[in-house]
Design a binder for this molecule. Structure first.
Ligand code: FES
Length: 104
C-alpha cells in the first residue's frame, strides 16, 4: 500500500466532496458535518451514479440518481439495498490530504 498527496485538505467542503483521479480511477473525498474525511470510488454500486454529487448526512451519502444511501465508513449500501463501492483510507497531514491506494 502506498499513499499519495491528494491536494489541499481545505479543498473538501464540510458536507461536500471533491473528486480526484488516482490510479486510473475517480475517487470522491468526502467531509462529514463533524469534519471527518472519507474516500470512496466515485461510482454508486447501483448504476454508477456520481456519489460525489450526493447529499452527505451523518456517516452516509445519498446518491443523486436514485437515492441509495451509501455508508462512507464501509462503502456499503445501507439496507434494504445491497452493493458496495471501493473505499480508501484518507487523512489530513500538514494541511494536505493523504490517500492510500492499493498497490498495482
Ligand atoms: S445510481 Fe446511485 S442510486 Fe442508482
Amino acid at each position: 500500500m502506498s499513499s499519495i498527496d491528494a491536494g489541499p485538505a481545505d479543498g473538501v467542503p464540510v458536507r461536500g466532496a471533491r473528486v480526484l483521479k488516482a490510479g486510473g480511477i475517480e475517487i470522491a473525498v468526502f467531509r462529514t458535518g463533524d469534519g471527518r474525511l472519507f474516500a470512496l470510488r466515485d461510482r454508486c454500486p447501483h448504476r454508477e451514479g456520481p456519489l460525489s454529487q450526493g447529499l452527505v448526512h451523518g456517516n452516509c451519502v445519498t446518491c443523486p440518481l436514485h437515492e441509495w444511501v451509501i455508508d462512507l465508513t464501509t462503502g456499503e449500501a445501507v439496507g434494504p439495498d445491497e452493493g458496495r463501492t471501493d473505499r480508501f483510507d484518507v487523512w489530513e497531514e500538514g494541511g494536505r490530504l493523504r490517500l492510500r491506494l492499493p498497490d498495482e
